[in-house]
Design a protein around this ligand. Structure first.
Ligand code: NAP
Length: 548
């Protein structure tokens, strides 16, 4: 047992602190963590940068933003009443509804009373002597708390392109993450979109419906697959309501918390006809089945992966009328599913429309942005509006935005200078009493996120119960435990094809200096294995952590 009841504890325990726990962020993770800690009777405060709850679903208001997870697998599972009361309207629910859901949750459980909105945390500092965190907001307000829990998400630090002249453009422009709350009308407008990731794909399909002219600037094509969204019928609604237990059990047992889990066969073990028929079936079915429910070697074996890549390439060529444009849309530098698969609804057909133009930046790169639009090596494109769907400083970016100083004043930036190191993706050695929900190296970052969030939060709530019962005031992972977990995370990543591909999965971001080398940020060992490891640690009296 690591628990130490050392001298001086009483004095430390009696100092006045503003809170037992401060949570940063009121998105899916932060809201549930607040609910659980308040249930324990702890004095909790949540600081949220936005003016409302929702995190990802508060910020990303761009047209077309919606779940790629089946809606009924995305909602919280902790409250039967909540599941009974809430009706999802579509199989893959859109942002306005998702934001309403999270507001419904916040209202139902009176969570707002513990949340301070428009409160951006700019720095946090651990005080060794008295074992507490100091939390400073953008407006200068300062608070103290024994524990600090970050619920800041993995895609919360948007990055603008490092193209000269971005601020010169005189028309309307924004990053998709900062999409304004008021309605934006594209009718008759000349719109330019930079990027073709999951965000851009959702957006482009919508903008193409009404824009006078839409120009898509693509640097790297992605392998997209049909979402097949549709409304949920009354009959299905009843079925969903009575099946939640089985639904969540199925998600719990799957590699990434989805309804879809890999097929036990290997791709080359079956005949060509059988394989083709299976791919056709997956392509017709809704959601991530084609990614998560494919042959079990599809994401680890290049030969297997080639078969699905060729199949999807064929679909792109069928759907895009002009073969030259189709050729530009077929990825050539990575296999299917080795980057995040954007889910689409008539995305490829957009390029058959007269009002849409695809600019391949590999042939004609952007030279600069001007007052009037985007200049490429061969042409000036004039716009009324430019949308930057250029992605995020993913996974660690949210942490870089805050000046986090742990024991002895060491910054987190310094700690991670040679690569991310964590224990379970939930704690960092040298940063006592701080916990990172959905942090780097945590299975939640490669998961149907609410399913893994609930696991993270429940684990934290158990730890905080222990804190309360035993009057603990300092919890820190050991360097050995951190090294062992980090090594395991690296090992798990190595076997996956995604680790050999440039994308946010591997920490690549061309818009940030020095981020051209791949790193290991995500835990690829699967959600069930991750959960077992967390449970093992807890059952062994938090082995790998020192509890005082
Ligand atoms: P992303 O996947 O990183 O895509 C960014 C896009 O911008 C890429 O096409 C990138 O090209 C391009 N780009 C970046 N900088 C550029 C530059 N300087 N010049 C030209 N092109 C540039 O970002 P995202 O689309 O926002 O998606 C991020 C993640 O958010 C997704 O992978 C997904 O996990 C999540 N997401 C989820 C949902 C959902 O659940 N429904 C929806 C949307 C997004 P390169 O590829 O060449 O770098």
């Amino acid at each position: 047992m690591n628990l130490s009841m050392g001298p001086g504890k009483k004095e430390k325990k009696n100092i006045h602190l503003d809170y037992d726990t401060v949570i940063i962020g009121a998105g899916v993770a932060g809201l549930y963590q607040l609910y659980r800690l308040r249930e324990l009777g702890l004095k909790v405060r949540t600081f949220e940068a936005g003016s409302g709850v929702g995190g990802t679903w508060y910020w990303n208001r761009y047209p077309g933003a919606r779940f790629d997870s089946e809606s009924w697998t995305y909602g919280y599972s902790f409250s039967q009443e909540l599941m009974d009361e809430w009706d999802w309207k579509e199989n893959f629910s859109a942002q306005p509804e998702n934001e309403r859901y999270l507001n419904f949750v916040a209202d139902k459980f009176n969570l707002r009373e513990n949340i301070q909105f428009n409160a951006t945390v700019v720095s946090t500092q651990y005080h060794d002597d008295r074992r507490y965190w100091e939390i400073i907001l953008e407006n200068g307000d300062c608070y103290t708390s024994r524990f600090l829990i970050t619920a800041i998400g993995i895609l919360s630090a948007p990055t603008m392109p490092n193209i000269s002249g971005v601020s010169d453009f005189k028309g309307v422009s924004f990053h998709t993450y900062y999409w304004p709350k008021e309605e934006i009308d594209f009718e008759g407008k000349r719109v330019g979109v930079i990027g073709t990731g999951a965000t851009a794909v959702q957006l482009i399909q919508e903008v193409a419906k009404t824009a006078g002219h839409l120009t898509v600037f693509q640097r790297t094509p992605n392998w997209c697959a049909p979402l097949h969204n549709r409304p949920i019928t009354a009959e299905e609604q009843k079925e969903i309501k009575t099946s939640y237990e089985e639904i969540f059990a199925k998600c719990r047992a799957s590699y990434a918390g989805f309804m879809h889990d890999s097929d036990r066969r290997r791709a080359l073990q079956v005949s060509d006809e059988e394989r083709q028929a299976f791919y056709e079936k997956l392509y017709r079915e809704p959601g991530f089945g084609i990614w998560m429910g494919n042959f079990r070697d599809m994401l680890v074996d290049e030969r297997a992966n080639t078969t699905i890549s060729e199949f999807v390439a064929g679909k792109i060529r069928e759907r895009v009328k002009d073969p030259a444009i189709a050729a530009k849309l077929v990825p050539t530098n990575h296999g299917f599913g080795t980057r995040r698969v954007p889910m689409e609804t008539h995305y490829y057909e957009v390029y058959n429309q007269d009002n849409v133009q695809l600019v391949d930046l590999r042939e004609t790169p952007i030279s600069r942005i001007t007052e009037a639009g985007i200049e490429t090596s061969d042409e000036m494109h004039e716009f009324d509006m430019i949308v930057y769907a250029t992605g995020f400083d993913a996974v660690t970016g949210g942490y870089s935005q805050i000046d986090i100083r742990g024991s002895g004043g060491r910054t987190l930036t310094d700690k991670w200078a040679d690569g991310v190191r964590t224990f379970l993706g939930l704690q960092i050695e040298g940063f006592p009493n701080m916990f990172t929900l959905v942090g780097p190296h945590n299975a939640a970052s490669f998961c149907n996120i609410p399913r893994c969030i609930e696991q993270n939060v429940d684990w934290m709530a158990d730890l905080m119960t222990r804190v309360k019962v035993d009057g603990l005031n300092r919890i820190e992972s050991t360097a050995e435990a951190e090294e062992e977990w980090t090594g395991h995370v690296h090992l798990m990543a190595q076997r996956m094809l995604f680790s050999k591909t440039n994308s946010w999965f591997t920490g690549i971001n061309s818009n940030i200096e020095g981020r051209d080398q791949r790193s290991v940020l995500l835990y690829a060992g699967g959600a069930p294995g991750y959960r077992d490891k967390c449970d093992e640690v807890a059952a062994a009296d938090y082995a790998g952590m020192i509890l005082h």
